[in-house]
Design a protein around this ligand. Structure first.
Ligand code: NDP
Length: 298
């Protein structure tokens, strides 16, 4: 039987990292310094620790200087805001990333908005969110995961224009911005969420599906139009007693079912995840270049 083309996020992200590495070293030649990323890690969540480690490693590989600022999960808001204020004024720092989610006593909105919008490489500052609405992919900082999804669709050879794209999930981090970007690429977009009635029949009419809901193996094979491109953003932990660690990661899409129907499909892990990190590097370099441009103008 027919099987979907796997969209290999590891391979595509590696290509992008190599392009970025060349641009980073060209930047260093021109400007006499490397781009810099500062990461704030608050609390002891294992998943957040893993993501931060992966981001640091990726920075090292392409020549971006990274620093991590660690805080206990009982840190007060004042301390975080002071740290961000220092980083906002540090000219060696081009990107500030606050690893989410934050402990519940901290005001996430306030903390994100306190990062300089010119260093907001995650694209979560309200000013940058608004720019995505106004300018699509031409915005200053496009959030990393949504931008990664668009890159994966494009680099897998799927054209977006005129297609019906169905986005599952409407979060500020993934669902909303990816919907806006798809629309800016001339797709006809349907946004679905937990109150959507008859999700399967809406998904069945999609040429492109982006699933970002956080429910393991939720999207089934008989929901998918034959030949559709399916991007699985979900990262879900499920028990797996056959593994030494006792768990494994699965997406929001039932991979084994959907692979028999879709035209192209991203795996989890190895799909959107590595692209998110590649886009973070790209935004950091972009920020460094914009910062140098502002200085030469001033
Ligand atoms: P959120 O929990 O913030 O949002 C989930 C969205 O899915 C909500 O809009 C919710 O609807 C919707 N939803 C929940 N249940 C259903 C359902 N049964 N049917 C339809 N819609 C539903 O999640 P995020 O957007 O932050 O993340 C989504 C997934 O992507 C998670 O698994 C997360 O781990 C992963 N992720 C992966 C990243 C990567 O780099 N690959 C980066 C970021 C996230 P409603 O609004 O009505 O509540």
């Amino acid at each position: 039987s027919h099987e979907a083309d796997p969209i290999n996020g590891n391979v595509i992200a590696k290509e992008i990292r190599q392009e970025i590495r060349q641009d980073v070293f060209a930047f260093q030649q021109r400007c006499g310094r490397f781009p810099g990323l500062a990461v704030l890690l608050i609390g002891e969540r294992k998943d957040s620790q893993t993501y931060v480690r992966m981001k640091q490693k990726a920075c090292d590989e392409v020549g971006i200087t990274s620093s991590t600022h660690l805080f206990s999960d009982r840190v007060d808001e004042e301390t975080i805001l002071d740290c961000i204020n220092d980083l906002n004024h540090d000219s060696s720092v081009d990107g500030i990333l606050v690893q989410l989610p934050l402990p519940s006593h901290l005001n996430e909105k306030l903390i994100i908005a306190s990062c300089s919008k010119t260093k907001d490489v995650d694209g979560l500052h309200p000013a940058n969110v608004g720019q995505v609405l106004l300018e699509g992919s031409n915005a200053g900082f496009v959030p990393c995961t949504p931008r990664g999804c668009i890159e994966l669709i494009k680099r897998s050879g799927c054209s977006i224009e005129g297609k019906h794209a169905v986005v599952l999930g409407r979060s500020n981090i993934v669902g909303k911005p990816v919907s806006l970007l798809l629309q800016a690429e001339n797709a006809t977009v349907t946004m679905c969420h937990s109150r959507t009635i008859d999700l399967p029949s809406i998904v069945r009419s999609a040429d492109i599906v982006v699933a970002a809901i956080g429910k393991p193996n939720f999207v089934k094979g008989d929901w998918i139009k034959p030949g559709a491109t399916v991007i699985d953003v979900g990262i879900n932990v499920v028990d797996d007693p056959t593994r030494k660690c006792g768990y494994r990661l699965v997406g929001d899409v039932d991979f084994n079912e959907v692979r028999n129907v879709a035209g192209a499909l991203t795996p989890v892990p190895g799909g959107v995840g590595p692209m998110t990190i590649a886009m973070l590097l790209s935004n950091t370099l972009k920020s460094a270049e914009a910062s140098v441009k502002r200085q030469t103008k001033a």
